[in-house]
Design a protein around this ligand. Structure first.
Ligand code: GLP
Length: 246
């Protein structure tokens, strides 16, 4: 595990963007694993600037997103497809057909999960996977208790996850109860994993992650089984782990 400590959210975002852009410069046909949530928003802004200001081309890049809410159509303002289109894809030169996200409306959902896992194997696995971390240690939508062997599957979201994601919806009851997510094993297939954490509300999760104990009660801890993980953490997110060091 490589730990990169930075000052704040802006530095976390630009340091992550440098790694992503380096990956694209090394291999113009890179496969990138992408995440949603507030954490990667600054990274996506930097990547958009990378296209206009640094001449980075996404023409041959393929992307695989981690997860999608069940029951939301692609054009629903809270679907992750909509999020990715608005926050990144429509501002860069990636052909939309190179971008892949589970289909939250596909039925039966088990067939969609199998289709997506096969896609991860066919197109990917990602050269570089971006990850945020839930306050309960979830990665993608793999909630505590998810087995290490899990592939893309449908999950029931925890109350804490629905509560923290309610800020994006007009009413808490509108937050979907289920989601499709790449599993722990699917995520661990990636060549390299980049975990981002920023802000005081992630401090407890970062501290627990850095204690290195692998347990399914804290899904992010499975990342310790991977040999090419980088964690970029800002001062606030590192504050409790730092207090431990003293
Ligand atoms: C969401 C997403 C995760 C994300 C996490 C953290 O539920 N499914 O992929 O990493 O929660 O979100 P945030 O970055 O907004 O803290």
């Amino acid at each position: 595990m490589k730990l990169i400590r930075v000052e704040n959210y802006e530095e976390m975002s630009s340091s992550a963007a440098q790694l992503v852009e380096q990956q694209i410069l090394n291999n113009s046909h890179s496969v990138l694993g992408l995440a949603t949530g507030s954490t990667p928003l600054g990274l996506y802004e930097q990547l958009i600037r990378g296209v206009s200001e640094r001449g980075i081309s996404w023409q041959h890049v393929q992307t695989l997103n981690l997860d999608e809410y069940c029951g939301l159509a692609e054009d629903h303002p809270n679907s992750y497809r909509h999020f990715m289109n608005e926050k990144l894809f429509r501002h860069i030169d990636i052909p939309l057909e190179n971008t892949h996200i589970p289909d939250g409306k596909a039925l039966p959902v088990e067939a969609e999960c199998r289709r997506y896992e096969a896609l991860v194997d066919r197109i990917g696995p990602p050269h570089l996977q971006i990850l945020g971390m839930g306050t309960n240690g979830h990665i993608g939508f793999n909630e505590p208790g998810t087995p290490e062997t899990s592939l893309t599957h449908c999950v029931q979201l925890e109350t804490s996850t629905r509560n923290s994601n309610a800020r994006f919806f007009s009413d808490r009851d509108e937050v979907p109860t289920h989601a499709i997510t790449m599993g722990i094993q699917s995520i661990l297939k990636s060549e390299q994993i980049l975990v981002l954490a920023s802000g005081k509300k992630k401090a407890q999760a970062v501290k627990r992650f850095l204690d290195g104990r692998v347990t399914k009660d804290f899904p992010a801890s499975f990342l310790w089984k991977h040999n090419h993980v980088t964690l970029i953490v800002d001062q606030d997110a590192y504050s409790l782990a730092a207090a431990e060091e003293e």
